[in-house]
Structure formats: structure tokens, C-alpha cells
Design a binder for this molecule. Sequence first.
Ligand SMILES: *Cc1c(COP(=O)(O)O)cnc(C)c1O
Length: 358
Amino acid sequence: MDVESTRHVRSDVSLRPGVELIELSRNESAMAIPPHWLQVAVRAASAALAYPDPDCKLLRKAVGETLRLDPQRIVCGAGLMECLQSIALAYLHPGDKVVIPEHAFAFFRSVTQVAGARVTLAPEKDWHVDVDSILQAVDESTRMVIFANPANPTGSYLPRRSILELRLRLPSDTLLVIDEAYADFVGEGRYEPLFDLTHSCNTIILRTFSKAYGLAGFRVAWAYCPLTLIEELRRIQIPAIVNSIAQAIATVAVQDQVSVASFKGEMIATRRRFIDRLIGLDRVLPLESETNFVLLRTSSEAEAQSLDAFLRYHGIMLRQQMAVGLGNCLRVTIGTEKQMQIVASRIVEWCSKISKVA
Ligand SMILES: *Cc1c(COP(=O)(O)O)cnc(C)c1O
């Protein structure tokens, strides 16, 4: 079987005959899983009559050794979203307030509501999370602040000094949750680790194997926590929630930083060429990004809808952003070089069509 053509299957999308699906709506990896990672998963599958290790000992040890972190502070989960939901259920009470940036990942809102807490949106500035507006939104009922760094869907990255300032000025009993789903994609030399914040402060850092490692279907992620929070978190989480196949492939994946670095290098080069192809268009503005996606701005919600419909007609699936207050934008995941060439030329085609009509 051809890996390329079997990677994305969507039962909810019906394409015209002869049109190939280009699935770029979910920030999945464009790279094939390395064969030696898959061999490890197959071996784990043959032993999966047994329950998994509920403590994910080997995975936590591998993450600890690779990233020079304390395995005791690592809690693994069935995806970052599961970690976040367990954190929300463990630390939020009905009536608590949670502050999130106005264009933040929509799941932050739903998880807050699932826990019975209220959301307050903090305005962003120049497509970036804004520390001052978060602090203005915080009051004595604010139990948690959640944001992603780099952010989804803007792709922007907040430097460490801004986050240190935020942590310093937040009340010490307000839990700061930083979703680093895209941290592995931050450009050369610009990523600044924040793990040390968990040592002295009320801060949790979240990581996932779904994006840079290309293992979204395995559902595995981890939280780096203050030791004082771990017991409560483990009490809320369903026991043995990370299956043994996911544990095994994530362990070999994190130990193989050479493959991860090569995925990243290829993605960044493809992203650069894709953005450069769009620069100068008058109807579509690509935002610079530190992630494996790019936010495309158009001048109105109607134009974004028109572009989305045009691309869908040609089999290209992007993600609309109405849910996070960016109706005039579409988010495109960086796929293979070939896919991105096709997408860029379809966008150029749409622009010239629209300009003629106008
Ligand atoms: C994709 C994404 C996730 C999803 O993580 P899983 O580990 O697949 O649950 C979490 N946070 C952000 C900001 C994302 O974009």
C-alpha cells in the first residue's frame, strides 16, 4: 500500500470523482512514521493482552533523559487534551474563573465549561497573547490561566521573559497552564524552555506526541507538574489511560531526536517556501508562524468562506476560524512540499478570479 495515499481518510467528505483529498485542517504531520518506530508498536501490540504499565515508567524515563527533566514530575495522558481535561477536573470548581486569550484553541473553552467554571477572554495584541490584558482579566476568583505557546491558530510565540513577567504578577494560587503542543517546531535557537517554572511556581507545562512526532492517532502526551499537584491529578485520571502500544512508540520516538529534527527541518523549509509564494497577494495575507500551520487572513468572513469553498471544491481541506473569533481567517496545516505547491497555486487562482469579479 502507498503510505501517501492511505494517510488521510475522511468519511465525512465527499469528493468529486478524480479529485484527490489534501487534508490540511488538523495540523497532522506530513511525514511518514519511521519504520523502526512502527516495528516497536507492532511488538507492543502482540503483547497487548496485558494491561499497560499504569505509571508509564519507561516513557517517563525516556522523556526525562532526553529532555533532562525529572521523571517524577511527568504525568502521561491519552493526548494533551486528556491531560488538560484531567487538570481542569482536578483543580477547577463550579464558579471558578479561567482566563484564556481571545483567539485561543477552542478546547480551552470547552474543558473549562465541562469543569463547571467560567471563561473570561483576554484580548490579544498583534496576533500575540498579551500579558497585560491577561493580568487585567484576573481577579480573586481566577483559579487558572491557560494559553498555548506557540499559539493555535495564530502561530505566534511569546518569549520567556513575557511569561516570567506574567507568572511573577499572577497571584501565587492561580494555576498557569501552558500548552506547548507546538514547542518542537519553534525556529532554530528561539525556543526557550519553561519547565523550570514548575519547580517553584504553580505552573504546568503540557507536551504532546501528536504534532512534531506525527503520532496523533496513538493519543499520547505528558504534563510537567509541580510535585505537590501530581497526586490529585493522578487521582482524577482514569487508571492506565495510556495504552501499551502508545507508550512503546512514544518511548522510541522521544529517543530518536534525529528523526524529529529532520521532520522539523523539512517542515520549516516547506513552510518558508509556502509563505513566500503567497507574499504580495492582495487578497490573502499569510501570518508568520512558529508552528506546522499558517493562518491566512482575508479581508472579510465572506471572502474566507469563498476561498474555503473554492479550495474544498478542489479537494483541499483547511480549517475555518469562526469559533475563535477569526471568521476572516483560514488555517492551513503544512503538508508535503507537493501538496503546498498545489495549495499555493489554487490560492493564487482564487485571488485572480475574485479580482476579476470585483
Ligand atoms: C493539536 C493541539 C492539541 C492536541 O493535542 P492531543 O495531544 O492530540 O490531544 C492540544 N493543544 C493545541 C493548542 C493543539 O493545537
